[in-house]
Write a protein that binds this ligand. Sequence first.
Ligand code: 1PX
Length: 212
Amino acid sequence: MDGGAFSLREVLAAFQTCVTEEREVLLGPYLRGWRGLVRFLNGLGAIFSFISKDAVAKIQIMESYCGGERREEYRTLQSMVRYELSGGLVDLQRRSAHPDSGCRTVLRLHRALRWLQLFLEGLRTARQDASTSAICTDSYNASLAAYHPWVVRKAATVAFCALPSRDAFLEVMNVGGPDEAVEMLGDALPHIRDVYGITQELYAQHHLLDLP
Ligand code: 1PX
């Protein structure tokens, strides 16, 4: 990866590449999408580093499965769930023998993807003078917050106050003017929604939505 400017358009395109014709979710592009988002987050300032550290740790866990001996089993989300469940590789009650299963790790990213969807939707549809931190706080409270203890919720809410204005934010996305940025979000969001929906259904089917 180079250190130069990059556009959020390419990052979000990864979530489009994720979904195969058979409606499976490819882990390669999924993780590349997250990598790009984290890079974006780092550009917003050091105050967000406690968030990006946790995201990177989870991405790394998944990348090591995807590049490891059993990489074939980790090609798609569907094959991962099949492989880990049939091999008894998932802690279902409490974290013990398999604290870092692919299933529980992806579940954390999956919940964060819901936040991303709500946040980008909010950004896209808000008035020009809307507060980014309010949009972010609302999206967070409607999604991820339910899974976080009080201290994390507190720290997150404080960090959100450091977010730039909506126009400045749209500019950092590096896709052109505000109108272009809004249009790009409109194109990208259905794919994010799709990835989220497929994952949610897969996890619900296998009773994996509450993994410790
Ligand atoms: C133009 C939009 C681009 C913005 C890019 C933003 C990318 C954000 C990536 C956030 C990924 C967060 C993953 C969090 C996973 C998680 O929930 N982890 C917790 C549980 O994990 P565990 O292993 O303990 O079961 C963990 O406790 C989390 C700790 C860190 C705090 C997480 C706060 C999440 C806030 C998400 C909102 C990001 C705000 C970005 C502002 C633009």
